[in-house]
Design a protein around this ligand. Sequence first.
Ligand code: SAM
Length: 269
Amino acid sequence: MTPSKESIVDATVPSAGRIYDYLLGGHHNFEVDRQAAQMLLNMSPFSAKLVRLQRWCLQDLAHELTVVRGFDTIIDFASGLPTQDHLHFVVPKGTKVIYSDYDPVVVEYAREILGNTPDVYFFEADARQPEELLGRPEVVEILGNKRNVALVYWGIAMFLSDEDLSRASQALYDWAGTESCWAFNAQGAGISKDHPGTLTVLEMYRNMGTPLYVRERQEYEGLLKPWHPDSNGFISLLDWHGFEQDELSKEDLAVFGPTGAGYGVYLLK
Ligand SMILES: C[S@@+](CC[C@H](N)C(=O)[O-])C[C@H]1O[C@@H](n2cnc3c(N)ncnc32)[C@H](O)[C@@H]1O
């Protein structure tokens, strides 16, 4: 039996997915999430801009993967809520979008939001074990024999340990067809690790039971092998979306660094 929302929600504990939703201006969050998000904003006002920037970049890659690179199927891990600015609003009609998230509350809300939207699916799945989503009977039925697909890990890498990321990367590599492309957000690379704002944010997430892993671009490169970047290499989020550095305050830049708190990269086999 599917658990009801009441039975799976612990409204006393903030959830990373719902905090994210609040920062994006969404309504799928609770008081406890709003309080945590507000604390985050007080400590780090750029957080709201950062999640918005990450969503814009997500729209950019949705266009790139489908219209430019020709993929008709996108499999997205750790999707969060599929609100108005998510992948399926950008891709051409008929593109199959398979979303997923490991938070059952996010999955339930997501299904409410999507209703019967054609060609768009949402499953509960853990990005640390991508093979579980890929092997799910419903997903196997949607994909048929298709293995040349677009894969997406956006806004999730900081939630994954080195071991998890490297394992997931190998599992995707083993599963994917040779023409596949993996759009990956090297989240957090380039931020100022010792800035008091960064340290407070890291502590807050640690206390929520979802520690964040901060790593440099070179560390990402190692963990993502055997995938390799396409000829554009790692692109700072600011460049990915064409965001101007002068749109950030001095304080924003001091915390999040000149990349805009990470890179995006299209990985190939
Ligand atoms: C920061 S949001 C990213 C949302 C979206 N990908 C984006 O870029 O806008 C993080 C989401 O990842 C989910 N998440 C965290 N760890 C996960 C994991 N191991 N597997 C699947 N989802 C996860 C959370 O529930 C949350 O909804």
